[in-house]
Every structure is written in C-alpha cells, then in structure tokens.
Design a binder for this molecule. Sequence first.
Ligand SMILES: *[C@@H]1O[C@H](CO)[C@@H](O)[C@H](O)[C@H]1NC(C)=O
Ligand SMILES: *[C@@H]1O[C@H](CO)[C@@H](O)[C@H](O)[C@H]1NC(C)=O
Ligand SMILES: *[C@@H]1O[C@H](CO)[C@@H](O)[C@H](O)[C@H]1NC(C)=O
Ligand SMILES: *[C@@H]1O[C@H](CO)[C@@H](O)[C@H](O)[C@H]1NC(C)=O
Ligand SMILES: *[C@@H]1O[C@H](CO)[C@@H](O)[C@H](O)[C@H]1NC(C)=O
Ligand SMILES: *[C@@H]1O[C@H](CO)[C@@H](O)[C@H](O)[C@H]1NC(C)=O
Ligand SMILES: *[C@@H]1O[C@H](CO)[C@@H](O)[C@H](O)[C@H]1NC(C)=O
Ligand SMILES: *[C@@H]1O[C@H](CO)[C@@H](O)[C@H](O)[C@H]1NC(C)=O
Ligand SMILES: *[C@@H]1O[C@H](CO)[C@@H](O)[C@H](O)[C@H]1NC(C)=O
Ligand SMILES: *[C@@H]1O[C@H](CO)[C@@H](O)[C@H](O)[C@H]1NC(C)=O
Ligand SMILES: *[C@@H]1O[C@H](CO)[C@@H](O)[C@H](O)[C@H]1NC(C)=O
Ligand SMILES: CC(=O)N[C@H]1CO[C@H](CO)[C@@H](O)[C@@H]1O
Length: 566
Amino acid sequence: MKAATHVFAGLAVALAAYGLDLNDTSVASNRTHGPERPLAHLTPSVGWMNDPNGLFYDNETSTYHTYYQYKPNDTAPGVPLYWGHASSEDLITWDHHGVALEPKDEQSGAFSGSIVVDYNNTSGFFDDSILPGQRIVALYTEHSNISESQFAAYSLNGGYSFEYYEQNPVLDINSTQFRDPKVFWHEETERWIMVLALSQQYKLQIYSSKNLTSWEFQSNFSHHGLLGYQYECPGLAKVPIVHESPSNVTLHGLNSTTNATAQTNATSVDHKWVMILSINPGALTGGSFNQYFIGDFDGKTFTAQDSATRALDHGKDFYAFQTYSDVPNNDVLGIAWASNWDYGVNVPAVDYRSSMSLVRNLTLRPYNPNPETTEFTLYSEPLVNYTHLHTNQSIHKTSLLLDSEETVSYSLGKDPQGLLEFSLEWKVNATAVTSRHDFADLSLYFRGAEDDDEYLRLGYELNAAAFFLDRGNTEVDFVSENPFFNNKVTQNIETYKIAEDGLPILKVRGIIDRNLIELFFNDGSSTSTNLFFFSEENYIGAVDISSGVDDVYTILDFKVKQMSLK
Ligand SMILES: *[C@@H]1O[C@H](CO)[C@@H](O)[C@H](O)[C@H]1NC(C)=O
Ligand SMILES: *[C@@H]1O[C@H](CO)[C@@H](O)[C@H](O)[C@H]1NC(C)=O
Ligand SMILES: *[C@@H]1O[C@H](CO)[C@@H](O)[C@H](O)[C@H]1NC(C)=O
Ligand SMILES: *[C@@H]1O[C@H](CO)[C@@H](O)[C@H](O)[C@H]1NC(C)=O
Ligand SMILES: *[C@@H]1O[C@H](CO)[C@@H](O)[C@H](O)[C@H]1NC(C)=O
Ligand SMILES: *[C@@H]1O[C@H](CO)[C@@H](O)[C@H](O)[C@H]1NC(C)=O
Ligand SMILES: *[C@@H]1O[C@H](CO)[C@@H](O)[C@H](O)[C@H]1NC(C)=O
Ligand SMILES: *[C@@H]1O[C@H](CO)[C@@H](O)[C@H](O)[C@H]1NC(C)=O
Ligand SMILES: *[C@@H]1O[C@H](CO)[C@@H](O)[C@H](O)[C@H]1NC(C)=O
Ligand SMILES: *[C@@H]1O[C@H](CO)[C@@H](O)[C@H](O)[C@H]1NC(C)=O
Ligand SMILES: *[C@@H]1O[C@H](CO)[C@@H](O)[C@H](O)[C@H]1NC(C)=O
Ligand SMILES: CC(=O)N[C@H]1CO[C@H](CO)[C@@H](O)[C@@H]1O
C-alpha cells in the first residue's frame, strides 16, 4: 500500500526495456549482502519494497513464503507495482525469487493482499496433481487511478509464479479506496473470511465465501482507534491466550480492580480474536502506525471487548503488519514493513530500499500496565533462529551496581559486522535518588567501531518511568536534515517483577542489525522498532554503560552477542 496522497503518473516504459527480466533469477535469486544491508532481516535484492503480502507456510517443503510490494527498477514506489517474492526455512536467511505477481498494465499496481492454502480445492483451481499443501491462492487489490478491486490468482508451482483468474475481479464495489484483503479459513463456520479496508470511510469490512471467488458482505467494523488519514492493511487473527507471563513471575498487581482471569471468563477461553489495523499518516508520533483491538469473532462480526485501541509497536518503523497463513500448530506469526511513509522514500539507499522486521510470534498474556490493573495484552517474541548465525563475541555480566563516576565499557570484538543481540535486566532503587532534579538514567551507548562519536543511546529514567532511544548521534546527513526522522523515541515501561528485597525489576531485549533496532520490553509486552543510520561500514563495536546517579541501578543480567552470517 501507498499513501494515497502520492500520485504516480506517466510511467509507461516496459521493465524489459531497462534490461530487467522479471523472471530473471540470476539477478534476484541470491542472498545479497552489501555493506549497509541488514544481515538477519529481509530486504529486496534490488529496488523498492513496502508492505509484506501473501505470507504463508508451505508444509510440503517446510518453507515460509513472503511476498511484498515491489518496484524492481527503482528505489522509490510507483506504478507499475508488483509483488516481489522471497522464501526461507529459518526466517533469517531469505532466497529471492524476483517478481511473483504483476499488475494488469503499466498504470496499475498489484497492491497488498494475502495468500491462503486451499487444501480442499474449494476454488476448483487445482487438480490432484497439486499437493493439498501447495494449492496456493492469492487475493489482492488491483489498483489504478480509477478503481481498487479485489483479484484472485493461483499458483500451480508452489507460489513461484501465478495464473490470473479469468473472471477477475472477485470483489468490486466501484471504489477507488477499497483494498488490502486478508483472507483466512474460519473453521467454525467452514467459510473463507476476508477482511479489508474501505480506507477513507474508516471501515474495515468483513466478507465471507465458500470458494474464494464469490464473496458475500457480512459486517463493518468502523471508526475504531486512531483514524488518521485512512485505514489500511487490516488483519484478523485468532490469538492463543497464555495464562502465565513468559517468565511465570508473580504479577505485582494482585489487588487489581480488573482481573485478567475474569476478563477472559476464567480459563475456559483459550484464545481471543485480534483485529489489526494500520493507519497512514496519523500516528501520534508522526506518519505510519499499527494498532489492534482484542475481541470476539463469530464468522460474521468482530466485537471488540472494550473501547481501547492498543499499539502493536511503539517505535517509528513498524507498519502494515501481516500474519502468515497455515502456520503449524496455529501459531500466530507475522512480519511488518520496518519503515515509515513520512521518510521511508528518503532514507539512505543505494540499489534497494527498505527492510522487513523480524518475524514475531504473538500471544495474549496477562500484564500489569500499573499496580491496579492486570489485563491481557499482545506479547511479541522475535523468532531468531541461530542455524545460520555465528556468534563472534559474547559478553555476560551480572550483579553490577552503577555509580555516576564510572562508565563500564565492553568491546564487542574485532571486525564486527553490525549484528547484535542483547538483553538487560536491571533493578531500580528509587530511594537512593537524592533529588528529583537529577536525570536519574541508566544508559547504554552502542558505539561505532570505526568512529565512536557515532552511537545509539538507549536506557531508562526512573522519574519518567520510561525507556528512551536516541538515534541522532551520527554524521549521516539524512538524520540531521530530515525533520520527520525523529531522533528521540520513548516508551513507558512497567515493572516486570519484584525482587526479593521488594525493588522493581525491568527488562529489555534488543536486536540490532546494521541500521535497524528492535526492542522487546519485559519479554515482549511492548515493543519498539526503529531505523538508525551510521556512516558507511561503521558497525557497532563497543558498548558503554553509565548512570547519572549513584547506587540506584543494579545490572542483574546483561548479555550481548556480536554475530555474523555463517
Ligand atoms: C521503471 O520502469 C518504468 C516502466 O515500467 C519506467 O517508467 C521507469 O522510468 C523505470 N524507472 C527507472 C528508475 O528506471
Ligand atoms: C514469468 O514466468 C511466468 C511463468 O513461467 C510467465 O507466465 C510470465 O509471462 C513470465 N513473465 C515475464 C515478464 O517474463
Ligand atoms: C500438509 O497439510 C495437508 C492438509 O492438512 C495434509 O494433507 C498434508 O499431508 C500435509 N503435508 C505434510 C508433508 O505434512
Ligand atoms: C477441508 O475439509 C475438512 C473436512 O471437511 C474441513 O474440516 C477443513 O476445515 C477444510 N479446510 C479447508 C481449509 O478448507
Ligand atoms: C462508480 O463511481 C463513480 C464515481 O462515484 C460514478 O460516477 C459511477 O457512476 C459509478 N459506477 C457504477 C457502475 O456505479
Ligand atoms: C462460487 O460460489 C458461488 C456461490 O456459492 C457460485 O455462484 C459460483 O458459481 C462459485 N464459483 C465457482 C467458480 O465455482
Ligand atoms: C508457573 O507457576 C505456577 C505457580 O507457582 C506453577 O504451578 C506452574 O507450574 C508454573 N508454570 C511453569 C510453566 O513453570
Ligand atoms: C494488597 O493487598 C494486601 C493484602 O491483601 C495488602 O497488604 C497490600 O497493602 C495491598 N496493596 C495495595 C497496593 O493496595
Ligand atoms: C480474579 O478473578 C477470578 C475469577 O473471577 C477469581 O477467581 C480470582 O480470585 C480473582 N483474582 C483476584 C486477584 O482478584
Ligand atoms: C462466561 O461464560 C459463561 C458460560 O460459558 C457465559 O454464560 C458468560 O456469558 C460468559 N461471560 C463473559 C463475560 O464472556
Ligand atoms: C510461539 O509461541 C507459542 C506460545 O509460547 C509456542 O508454543 C510456539 O512454539 C511458538 N512458535 C514458534 C514458531 O516459536
Ligand atoms: C549476481 C550473482 O551473483 N548471480 C549468481 C546467483 O546465483 C547463481 C546460482 O548459484 C549464480 O549462477 C549466479 O552467478
């Protein structure tokens, strides 16, 4: 999807004329890794990428397929817009397969959509020669300046190329702002369900079908959450409830007025439905934003449990989140475009632009936003498979009481490649703060190996009870010149557990990959995903820990791994 305020016109020259064969695997099939390219995140081999599309798992080959909005011959979006395609077994290393879906002409776009595996051949597109697990049907938006309608396409070779349904469109309501179908099989009513956005009317619409080609309107979910300019890229997922927080700690809000167990009607409920919604522009922090609603779905109507909207990620660079179809054990796995339309077209780039987030595993678990409330929230866990990752250097420290005079420094080893994973658990003794005037911080400085004046600063400040990230300490002109690229991002963070001495403990896990940082607070009850830019090949090579106050912060556990691809 794109911001509708962008108008692309007059692009009429065939891609082939620019020497780019859409099916040319010699260009696009390799695991390319240029100097600034994230190592463990999906990036396109060349060209422009935005929303993830058509995510599915092929159980015959144990392979995850990810498609995405793609303009192969340019590092900015525009028509004709395609679906690019990559596949992976570990969700860390991706094989590129070039263009998978094409728009109907040069003035159009094959806009966002989804893929389902039609095991039972309800569509009639397949015969017995196609294994049930590879009966791939895509539903997507065919976009032009005069229309957005929903098209079907199917693959007879496991998702590598597609045939277009002869009687497209399968859903057309004569609108120019009607897009991004996410389709799934609803076991309870034995129907396919499609949720899509009537974008500029702030409606998510639900349709159902027996055969993926004939769609019947069921209901609207309208005017919920932050509205912004328009609704985009919705999703509806059945998310498992896990009744314990991940570390199985005793939650501190036991005198709660709302009680997480009561909220989900005791333990008889093992899931809730979650409606996912992207808006752009309209984020309170500027630009693109993903929110969600928790509720129930009966095959016709989604009913939110309360009037709250919740943030799927609190960072600047997490948009158009979509879940994978047909994942084993019904796990809810999904991926987002790790950028923001406010500046995504302007970020430093050479031959490609944009990255996806890591794939996240979603569950609903209890947490305490404050001491009087226990409620369910979406927890996100990044899937970091180490099969193709090599640890070059690791650091592990425990029991370190910080004072303001001393900075503790760690080198991350020789020739770092810019891929780090870290976790920090710390205890806060607020009574040791002598003055409310103090900036009572705990700070980590992740510094460049070539130039340590370039650094990311992240940390916690107890008077604000919030985590902060400062991505502005760099010589990269884009960072200082682009007014939309906020340098400072913050996130309130709740106590995670109480230590034996009664003091609160907090925790963060982070993955830093060349120019992208993903933060997971308190085992994933909130997250923050943000791009950052250092000078070329100035990969992070050291980390300093310091505090502005004495005896307030105890590092209970600090781990860092500096990694590269095997
Ligand atoms: C990409 O291809 C389109 C036509 O398909 C053309 O109009 C456009 O100029 C090309 N862009 C670049 C950067 O080559
Ligand atoms: C790509 O390959 C598919 C399947 O072989 C074919 O139908 C399609 O026309 C090809 N596209 C181009 C642009 O060559
Ligand atoms: C894949 O799933 C389909 C539908 O459940 C099943 O028929 C098939 O046996 C599965 N294939 C494998 C390799 O597990
Ligand atoms: C396939 O058919 C079986 C048996 O009727 C049914 O239980 C299952 O839900 C169907 N699945 C899909 C994806 O059509
Ligand atoms: C489609 O919408 C346009 C613009 O609102 C209108 O002029 C046209 O008559 C509509 N077409 C049909 C078939 O309803
Ligand atoms: C899909 O189902 C509808 C309604 O049941 C039916 O009218 C239509 O013919 C079916 N389409 C195909 C291609 O089977
Ligand atoms: C979590 O804690 C409860 C209560 O202490 C205990 O009964 C349960 O077995 C624990 N679960 C796990 C997975 O450790
Ligand atoms: C919570 O309840 C316990 C006993 O039930 C009580 O001792 C404690 O003071 C209460 N805490 C708060 C914050 O109300
Ligand atoms: C939460 O609600 C459940 C079910 O109503 C009840 O059994 C339990 O005692 C409550 N817990 C607290 C801490 O209020
Ligand atoms: C809880 O479950 C009972 C029995 O299944 C049902 O009657 C009741 O409506 C449910 N309450 C809520 C709040 O969902
Ligand atoms: C996702 O989380 C659930 C609940 O913790 C777990 O059972 C499942 O194995 C996880 N899936 C993956 C792929 O890690
Ligand atoms: C550009 C490039 O490196 N192409 C290579 C991609 O991978 C194939 C198969 O391994 C090679 O034959 C190409 O040379």
